[in-house]
Design a protein around this ligand. Structure first.
Ligand code: ADP
Ligand code: MG
Length: 701
């Protein structure tokens, strides 16, 4: 079919972008990778920035670094290949403004400029002022709008798009879709609650095509009535979904743990340390919850190293002494094995039958284990989420514990279903989220907090270094090893996919050369499970001084004797992830250090972020900084997994709105408990979408 034919088709919200004029399979694919597959997705894809084209910059005010908007006449553009740059072509032209000539350059002319800007045309040009090699001012990669063609929007949206899709193309699709379709997007907030706030349709039009009078700085900051309307509408639906989920889980029957505390008592008495107050409190909350006939759905949040594992073990024993089985699931085999081993150590002599279910346990051995679980002859199973949830039948499963669940979907009904109809669920996470935010974001779960670290921990001294100082760093590491210290050295790559120098193997070789006496091993996700296990065990037992690893050590790994963690290319990680990595040390009583090494090409923003990390020591401080620095979608790694179905909400900016949305959602549900009324039509659609989204996330991450 020709493109012309396509463009006459009436659009609907469901129209696939692939069928739009100008969008071939390649562009459609690129857009789909960003979650834009339908016209509705296009409309929901808001500009990431706004350009201010209103004021003209006087030529005399031009100076390097500023963004200038100039009106003038454009000369013919010359293009020539750049030496040594393969296919790249340097395009140069001149803009005449009030009789003065200013050079404009592009490395590769934008497609829209090609054959589009006849010489002598009057144009508006906007770009950053730079200094050319000859010392004169120039504009590099400016945007150009022909004034003969149309008057530019004074406030122009800029979208975050794949390179295959140009701004103008996207803008034109938006322009085609908005007028007919924006008003068809349902409002989840009923009219009577919305009052005179903007509708979704009006808000989307406002943000895609800001009126001339709009304030670009406010738009850029996400501070407009339109932003607030979208955020509130989304939050309202989210809170409805949470409340409905909560109600449903309250109604679900759960295994009640009411056995005599034979095992849990012995366990507590055998512990080599007293429980912290926070641990005792969490155990009390969990114990009370487990006694009830309703299914427990509880989240245990605690900073890295706060001692969540002991609490989980307590809960597992509580299941066993009440006649049930328990399964503890971890995101990696490494962590599952660690839990299995710690449990055996801490619960030795209690007569609890345990098993480890990971890849390397196969064949006959595996069958025996599976049978034992199915017959109820094994009390506690340790394994990865993937294995236990998908392949294992556990006869009397009373409790599923999911450790390091920092990428969960909040409406993860698939997960619960996999665990069986009545199993209680305990999820554990070190994701730094402020308590109040957690309470409102996970309104469908009960939450316990471990907000206290075990005593005797010294804060982890965090230092920021640059790659060029590595020789000195190696010298310090040698001294550390001489003092008996143990070091994690985290690098971003297994093999040199894009940067050989930062691979595990290469780094290990370099360190072996620099610190000859060090006993070094490597650890990464592609190693055979037995080899991973051997490396980690050797490190734990002190047979190794230095472990060069990828971020597989990120979650949960517990070697209290480790004293230093070096994180190479630290700018590549988010704050929450860095905090997790840093938490690998400082788990014992010896002073610990975290050394963040910034790559030489790290940009200023990245360095600023690392500086924040250097100063923020507790999970709470990191959480606050992380929320302020990153968008809402980044929280919980949500951008990757869509864990929180919130596209428009900014958790810092909209913090106060959350409570209001919750209160109104609850009130609305009292009037219309099943969202059946006509006024709830929009809400019904939005809620169903959120719940399905969570559902399909069941096996992700
Ligand atoms: P996380 O909350 O990060 O999962 P862990 O459960 O791995 O933390 O505990 C970290 C370390 O602290 C472990 O070595 C654990 O044995 C120890 N630990 C846990 N609770 C206490 C306590 N109350 N007193 C002293 N050490 C503790
Ligand atoms: Mg842990």
């Amino acid at each position: 079919m020709s493109q012309q034919h396509h463009s006459t088709i009436a659009l609907s919200l469901d129209t696939p972008v692939a069928s739009l004029a100008g969008i071939g399979p390649k562009r459609a694919q690129a857009l789909a990778e960003r979650g834009i597959s339908s016209v509705a997705d296009v409309i929901a894809h808001l500009p990431s920035r706004y350009q201010d084209w209103r004021q003209r910059t006087p030529v005399d005010d031009l100076k390097p670094g500023i963004i200038a908007v100039l009106e003038g006449e454009l000369s013919k553009i010359d293009e020539r290949p750049m030496r040594g740059r393969g296919w790249r072509r340097l395009a140069t032209g001149w803009l005449t403004v009030d009789g003065q000539r200013i050079r404009v350059v592009w490395f590769n002319l934008p497609a829209y400029m090609r054959g589009y800007m006849p010489r002598g045309q009057r144009v508006l040009v906007r770009g950053r002022v730079g200094v050319a090699q000859d010392g004169r001012l120039e504009l590099a990669h400016p945007d150009v709008i022909s004034l003969a063609e149309r008057a530019p929007r004074p406030v122009r949206p800029v979208y975050r798009l794949p390179t295959a899709v140009g701004q103008r193309l996207f803008e034109s699709i938006v322009a085609r879709a908005l007028p007919d379709l924006a008003q068809l997007i349902p409002n989840s907030v009923p009219d009577e609650i919305r009052g005179d706030a903007m509708t979704i349709g009006d808000a989307l039009c406002y943000l895609h095509q800001p009126p001339d009078a709009a304030n670009p700085a406010a738009l850029q900051a996400g501070d407009s009535p339109a932003h607030r309307a979208l955020a509130f509408d989304e939050l309202f639906a989210f809170e409805l979904a949470l409340a409905l989920e909560h109600r449903r889980s309250e109604e679900r029957a759960g295994a009640a743990f009411v056995g005599e505390p034979t095992l849990t008592k012995k366990f507590a008495a055998k512990l080599s340390f007293p429980l912290t107050g926070a641990q005792q409190q969490a155990i009390k909350e969990i114990g009370a919850d487990l006694e009830r006939q309703q299914q427990m759905n509880r989240l245990l949040m605690g900073d890295v190293g706060s001692g969540k594992t002991v609490v989980a073990f307590w809960a597992a024993l509580r299941a066993v002494e009440s006649g049930y089985q328990a399964a503890m699931m971890a995101p990696t085999e490494l962590l599952a094995e660690q839990h299995f081993r710690s449990f055996n150590r801490m619960c030795a002599g209690l007569g609890v039958r345990v098993t480890l279910l990971i890849g390397r346990i196969a064949g006959y051995e595996r069958e025996t284990v599976l049978e034992g679980l199915a017959r109820g002859e094994i009390d506690v199973a340790f394994g990865t989420q993937a294995v236990i949830q998908q392949k294992v039948r556990i006869a009397r499963l009373g409790l599923g514990i999911i450790d390091e669940q920092h990428r969960f979907g909040v409406f993860d009904r698939a997960r619960l279903k996999a665990l069986g109809a009545t199993a209680n669920v305990l999820m554990m996470t070190a994701t730094p989220i402020p308590r109040s935010l957690a309470m409102s974001l996970f309104g469908n779960l009960s939450v316990s907090f471990l907000d206290e670290l075990p005593p005797g921990r010294t804060p982890i001294a965090t230092e920021l270094r640059s790659e060029s100082e590595n020789a000195r760093l190696n010298e310090e590491l040698r001294e550390e090893i001489a003092r008996g210290g143990r070091i994690y050295y985290v690098v971003p790559l297994i093999e040199g996919e894009d940067d050989e120098a930062k691979s595990v193997a290469n780094t290990a070789t370099k360190l072996a050369r620099a610190i000859r006496e060090a006993r070094i091993a490597t650890l990464h996700g592609r190693m055979r499970s037995a080899d991973k296990d051997r490396a980690l065990r050797a490190f734990r037992d002190g047979a190794l001084d230095l472990l060069v690893s990828t971020t597989v050590v990120e979650v949960g790994i517990d070697v209290p004797e480790a004293t230093v963690i070096v994180i190479a290319a630290a700018e590549r990680y988010g704050l929450a992830q860095l905090h997790q990595l840093r938490g690998r040390v400082g788990r014992g009583s010896a002073p610990a250090r975290c050394i963040l090494v910034a790559s030489d090409d790290a940009d200023e923003a990245a360095l600023a972020r690392l500086e924040v990390m250097r100063r923020a020591l507790t999970g709470r401080e990191v959480a606050a900084a992380d929320l302020a620095l990153r968008g809402p979608g980044d929280l919980l790694g949500a951008r990757q997994t869509g864990a929180l179905p919130l596209k428009f909400v900014h958790l810092v900016r909209d913090a106060r709105m959350i409570e209001k949305a919750r209160a109104l959602a609850e009130q609305w549900l009292m009037r219309d408990p099943s969202l059946e009324s006509a006024a709830s039509a929009g809400a019904r659609i939005a809620v169903r979408k959120m719940l399905t989204q969570g559902f399909s996330l069941g096996d992700v991450g």
